[in-house]
Design a protein around this ligand. Structure first.
Ligand code: APR
Length: 232
């Protein structure tokens, strides 16, 4: 029998216990910067060197952290389900945990993109991007991040995956940022939604909506065990 499809929408909260700060838990500041200063297309045009430095630091920090019990529980769930993770996170902790189907809605820290040709994307590992560093066509490189004010190219694919979910999990996201937050609208009516967060985000009432007020490292391993017992 085909495995049931589990689709997960993850946000900054799943990586919080690995040591990466969330965005909206720190009073509008992100690592001492106004989010719009470092994570918007306007911010990039205004001060690209500051933005490069900011993401170079995030990349360095990401190289030093490890997946936690939440990421690992989702990776192990693949033994029983077809699991697809749609993450708003730009870190690679789901990959490090061993998950195999991951869609990064907001880009990836470990990649650089040409400012002149968006199709030119380079794996840069943990290396910094320098001002003056260019793609093979001579355009400045930028972080491969979807910033405020930019389109989310993976949204259609994410919506299609969501619309085929047998079970949907929302973890560690405030659901404050669109269009990512609107993915829950694509979940089929008869698909249960499990939401894990110590400060549960607002969600519209619907049948089979289960709210679990817990941290990812506590809530996810327990939920995954329950899903295996109940549905696998
Ligand atoms: N376990 C689970 N959830 C947690 C934990 C934890 N240990 N700690 C905090 N959280 C929750 C918070 O309660 C909050 O609901 O994680 C959520 C983090 O919300 P945000 O900081 O808004 O992060 P996110 O929803 O991922 O942001 C979306 O906004 O800044 C942009 O592009 C950026 O992808 C990001 C997007």
């Amino acid at each position: 029998m085909a495995k049931k499809k589990v689709v997960v929408l993850s946000g900054a909260g799943i990586s919080a216990e690995s040591g990466i700060k969330t965005f909206r838990d720190s009073g509008g500041l992100w690592e001492n910067h106004d989010v719009m200063e470092v994570a918007s297309i306007e911010g990039w045009y205004r001060n690209p060197q500051l933005v490069l430095t900011f993401y170079n630091e995030r990349r360095k920090q990401a190289a030093e952290v490890f997946p936690n019990a939440g990421h690992l529980a989702l990776a192990q769930l693949e033994q029983h389900f077809e699991v697809t993770i749609i993450t708003q996170n730009v870190d690679s902790l789901h990959e490090k945990a061993g998950s195999s189907r991951i869609l990064h809605l907001h880009g990836e820290l470990h990649k650089a993109q040409s400012t002149g040709n968006p199709d030119l994307i380079y794996d840069i590992g943990d290396a910094p991007i320098a001002w003056g560093q260019t793609c093979e066509q001579g355009h400045q490189l930028r972080p491969f991040i979807v910033w405020f004010g930019e389109a989310v190219p993976m949204m259609d694919k994410a919506a299609r995956i969501t619309s085929e979910a047998d079970i949907f999990i929302v973890v560690g996201t405030s659901l404050a940022v669109y269009p990512a937050a609107s993915l829950v609208d694509f979940v089929p009516d008869d698909t249960p939604i499990y939401v894990i967060d110590p400060h549960l985000p607002h969600m519209q009432e619907r049948p089979a909506l289960y709210r679990i007020e817990a941290k990812a490292t506590d809530g996810l391993p327990k939920l995954c065990q329950k899903l295996v017992e109940q549905y696998a």
